[in-house]
Design a protein around this ligand. Structure first.
Ligand SMILES: *[C@@H]1O[C@H](CO)[C@@H](O)[C@H](O)[C@H]1NC(C)=O
Ligand SMILES: *[C@@H]1O[C@H](CO)[C@@H](O)[C@H](O)[C@H]1NC(C)=O
Ligand SMILES: *[C@@H]1O[C@H](CO)[C@@H](O)[C@H](O)[C@H]1NC(C)=O
Ligand SMILES: *[C@@H]1O[C@H](CO)[C@@H](O)[C@H](O)[C@H]1NC(C)=O
Ligand SMILES: *[C@@H]1O[C@H](CO)[C@@H](O)[C@H](O)[C@H]1NC(C)=O
Ligand SMILES: *[C@@H]1O[C@H](CO)[C@@H](O)[C@H](O)[C@H]1NC(C)=O
Ligand SMILES: *[C@@H]1O[C@H](CO)[C@@H](O)[C@H](O)[C@H]1NC(C)=O
Ligand SMILES: *[C@@H]1O[C@H](CO)[C@@H](O)[C@H](O)[C@H]1NC(C)=O
Length: 840
């Protein structure tokens, strides 16, 4: 199909209203109680019910409240239940490996694994990460990420997640969750929701409020909530709510996003934890659906808490009904049992606050010096998987004059600090808060220590020695004399460059988490142009967190190849060598669009807000990334889904078979009344610190001291304490929403053939046009990785679900199939779709 021949939709002004300053969230109460009805939760729910029924008020409160920052070995620790030998829960970063320890693996970032488009690799990586958390004694891994989704390419934490496409992210998050939880660790999908930039994400001394992401209900369902539905459907045990506000209500106390969208519509049965210090109220957040507070202190090191003693008091004085506290505890324990934590007896054997063997058991208080690290090596054989994902996630963007793969070149020059070791070691910058040496992960809490990091220079030098190629390397991006000497006359010059970003609490080179621009760092563009001005066989390798402007590099005839290697983790050098030398045939396809100019995306980070509370209006609706480029008729450098290989593929024989799943039935009926588990002792005297109790300073406890507040003016939302049976919502009723949304409506198949001369893996992609005037031109719905020998064909098949062809209807609050004609496309990228057919 000739893409440019299709009329672009002039719809950007027709987006549904609902992204304006001061939007508010409709109140939604009561907070739905866990039902334990979903098949994969039933057993865990029964066990949780039995466990929670034995607990006292203080013990239940202990489960819900973190002990405060640096109160224990993990980045988050709940209270314990000594009477039942329950050690409490350890929650640990990050989405790419165990943070703040040693002898762990540093996995490729989310954006890399997404670029493989391989459900097998999504799951294997999740499982390997989960095993490492399990073997370090972690209960909850704080990942994976679907928020940020990637609204603006400058967004600092986009790389922790997968892709700005909700379907690719949805598949990746579901498989990752299954992998983690199969290893016996609770996955925590985050950040719920609309945490799309780092600037002003938190209230600080200078900004009283975090930004409010304002967006309409249709965009919420069709874009940002979509992957979270997949996460819930995959059985995720925990969800972390976000720092930002949504329609001017904080993520940790937004009753609409937590009670209605997450717990009612998506029927989430696990627990909601706050992001660290993202809680801003005590009773109100409990009513709005929060189940656990982290790190437990109100603010970093504040020593006081919204819950703990205050939650105990709020139950004792009758403000919070027992059923709401019981529901928090049951949800937490259901997640625990669901992944089999009760069968895994590995106590936490590391300490986030020191790598030394000895340290403080209570690091915040500097009390109880003892052994805190057992240095357990949890890496197993994960290096092989990391190397495989590194190669399979490297996107070949350009390859002219048969530049690649390399075959025993006579001489090789490798240029750029991004090819080299950080001279101070790969972990010398805390939370990777610098851009020195080769880039293999971004910065912030979404990181892990490298056990080692193979720089490209190391692996390429070894390969050159093996091939008897003459080898030269230059690490200094500004030493042009040395660069000229190295690249002049070299058969191939490989230039490495990067662009970094991360979490907002760290600023690197003036970038406060979010990127300030979309160009390369460290003079990368000038360096590439300089090398190419001398050497007509210049190959460019990019380690970037997302898209950078590459049009000039693309157009330079002396740049014969461009590869995006992303953030590949510890095996970086080996992985890129595998691809450059053809030991691995590239399969990756870009999971984002490469625009020619920053303005092309139509979305950007807002760096300065004119008012407080800052209003971040998502005026573009669902039109982010390729949906925007398509609608606005903008030609990118490289489109979403694009990637070359060392072989070629052809597409033929599209078949569409209509299925008959029957009509859609909105869910009806009522829940049962809110259950309570065990009896609560309402005598305040029994909730005080036990006599002789040794209270650690700054530590958060469930005990009260002194009288419980009563008779204060109360202004709680209507229905918040109502434990009577509640109506089920039509779009809900089972994990991830109404189960009929996942019925197959059509089965589509196509033949893919390897027409080249080497074995390869092709990522076949299926897109749908929903046909309406406010719909994107096309949306991704399915994909598969097909391994093909030369000349071999395979059949790509995808089952189109009801959700795949529906739009969110704000009036009926349900998914509806519109009457607009729908078309399915199959091909190699979002702009190379040779096959199409009508969905009748
Ligand atoms: C935000 O407000 C818009 C406009 O009123 C509404 O469509 C949407 O449902 C609200 N979303 C949330 C999460 O409150
Ligand atoms: C609550 O947890 C703390 C440790 O965080 C523990 O010292 C205390 O004994 C626990 N309280 C109860 C009632 O189990
Ligand atoms: C309970 O909450 C109040 C209000 O924020 C706070 O002042 C107090 O310190 C909290 N109590 C404890 C024990 O943290
Ligand atoms: C070449 O690489 C080695 C090993 O990393 C490094 O020590 C050396 O400084 C590099 N050479 C130049 C000229 O940068
Ligand atoms: C973009 O930001 C990077 C990192 O701060 C910087 O090195 C580079 O010079 C900037 N580019 C431009 C064109 O200002
Ligand atoms: C390409 O390389 C040749 C040297 O081989 C040089 O003369 C020419 O100017 C280069 N072109 C560009 C665009 O840098
Ligand atoms: C792939 O197809 C293109 C264009 O048809 C051709 O130029 C190229 O040589 C082919 N590559 C391989 C590896 O077959
Ligand atoms: C009960 O205690 C909580 C926590 O201190 C407080 O927020 C609430 O206002 C109290 N309720 C009454 C009726 O005073």
């Amino acid at each position: 199909m000739l893409w440019s021949s299709i009329a672009t939709f002039a719809v950007l002004t027709a987006i549904v209203k609902g992204q304006t300053d001061g939007d508010t969230s409709p109140p939604h109460y009561p907070s739905p109680w866990a039902r334990g009805n979903a098949v994969d939760w039933q057993d865990a729910y029964q066990k949780a019910k039995a466990f929670v029924s034995q607990l006292t008020l203080l013990e239940k409160v202990n489960l819900t409240t973190g002990v405060g920052w640096e109160g224990g070995p993990c980045v988050g620790n709940t209270g314990t239940i000594p009477r039942l030998n329950f050690p409490g829960l350890c929650l640990q970063d990050s989405p790419l490996g165990v943070r703040d320890t040693d002898l762990n693996s540093a996995f490729p970032a989310g954006v890399n694994v997404a670029s493989t488009w391989s459900t097998r690799l999504f799951k294997s990586r999740g499982n390997a990460m989960g095993s490492e958390h399990r073997d370090k004694g972690v209960d909850v891994q704080l990942g994976p990420v679907a928020g940020p989704l990637g609204r603006a390419p400058e967004g600092g934490r986009n790389w922790e997640g997968f892709s700005p496409d909700p379907v690719l992210t949805g598949v990746a998050i579901a498989q990752t969750i299954q992998g983690i939880q199969d290893a016996g660790v609770v996955a925590c999908a985050k950040h719920f929701i609309m945490n799309e930039q780092e600037h002003n994400r938190e209230s600080t001394a200078t900004d009283a409020f975090a930004y409010s992401s304002n967006l309409d209900d249709k965009t919420m369902h069709e874009l940002y909530l979509w992957p979270f539905a997949d996460a819930v459907r995959a059985g995720v045990g925990a969800i972390m709510c976000s720092y930002n506000q949504i329609n001017n209500s904080y993520g940790s106390q937004n009753s609409y996003t937590l009670n209605y969208l997450l717990k009612e519509e998506l029927d989430f049965q696990g627990f909601v934890t706050s992001d660290w210090w993202a809680q801003h109220t005590g009773v109100a957040s409990a009513f709005a659906g929060l189940d656990m507070t982290m790190a437990g202190d109100q603010n970093l090191d504040s020593g006081n808490t919204w819950w703990g003693s205050n939650l105990t008091a709020a139950v004792l004085n009758g403000t919070i009904p027992q059923w709401r506290l019981d529901d928090m505890a049951v949800r937490i324990m259901s997640a625990y049992y669901k992944v089999g934590r009760d069968t895994i007896n590995i106590p936490t054997n590391f300490n986030s606050w020191t790598l030394d063997t000895d340290g403080y058991r209570f690091p915040e208080a500097n009390e109880d010096y003892e052994q805190v690290n057992w240095h357990v090596n949890v890496q197993d054989d994960h290096a092989a998987l990391i190397r495989e994902i590194g190669g399979a996630s490297t996107v070949l963007l350009k390859n002219t004059k048969n530049a690649l793969p390399l075959n025993k070149p006579k001489s090789v020059a490798v240029i750029g600090y991004d090819a080299h070791d950080n001279p101070d070691g790969p972990n010398s910058c805390s939370d990777r808060n610098c851009d020195e040496g080769t880039l293999a992960m971004g910065w912030g809490s979404g990181t892990a220590n490298f056990p080692y990091l193979i720089a490209p220079n190391t692996a390429l030098k070894a390969q050159a020695a093996n091939d008897r190629s003459k080898y030269a390397n230059v690490s200094d991006n500004w030493d042009y004399a040395a660069v000229a000497k190295a690249v002049t006359g070299a058969e191939v010059a490989i230039v490495f460059a990067n662009a970094d970003s991360g979490e907002g609490y760290i600023t690197v080179d003036g970038n406060e988490g979010d990127r300030n621009n979309l160009t390369l760092w460290g003079g990368g563009d000038a360096l590439i142009a300089y090398v190419a001005s001398i050497n007509p066989n210049t190959i460019v390798v990019l380690h970037t967190v997302g898209p950078v402007i590459v049009e000039a590099i693309k157009q330079n005839p002396n740049v014969t190849a461009i590869l995006w290697a992303g953030l590949p983790g510890q095996e970086s050098g080996n992985a890129i060598t595998d691809v450059l030398y053809g030991k691995v045939n590239p399969q990756a396809k870009s999971v984002f669009t490469w625009g020619k100019a920053r303005e092309d995306w139509g979305t950007d980070v807002t760096y300065e807000f004119p008012s407080d509370p800052p209003q971040l209006n998502f005026v573009e609706g669902v039109f982010i990334d390729y949906r925007h480029f398509d609608a606005a008729g903008i030609e990118p450098s490289y489109e979403f889904g694009f990637g070359l290989s060392y072989t070629n593929y052809s597409y033929s024989n599209l078949q569409i078979a209509k299925q008959n799943p029957g009509p859609y039935q909105p869910t009806k009926g009522f829940t049962s009344a809110a259950p309570t588990f065990g009896k609560i002792d309402y005598n305040p005297a029994d909730a005080e610190f036990p006599p002789g109790f040794r209270a650690v300073p700054q530590y958060v406890y469930p005990y009260i001291s002194g009288p419980v507040p009563t008779g204060l003016p109360q202004d709680w939302p209507a229905g918040a304490t109502d434990g009577s049976p509640q109506p089920l919502v039509g779009a809900g009723g089972s994990s991830g929403g109404n189960r009929q949304l996942y019925d197959t409506m059509y089965t589509v198949s196509a033949t893919v053939t390897n027409t080249g001369s080497v074995k390869g893996t092709e990522i076949a992609q299926l897109y749908i046009s929903l046909g309406g005037p406010t719909d994107p031109k096309i949306v991704l719905r399915g994909f598969d990785d097909l391994i093909l020998d030369p000349g071999q064909s395979a059949v790509f098949t995808y089952d189109i679900t009801r959700r795949d062809i529906s739009n969110w209807d704000t009036v009926s609050q349900n998914w509806v199939i519109s009457s607009y004609p729908k078309t399915v496309y199959v091909g190699a990228s979002s702009r190379n779709l040779p096959l199409s057919g009508a969905l009748t």
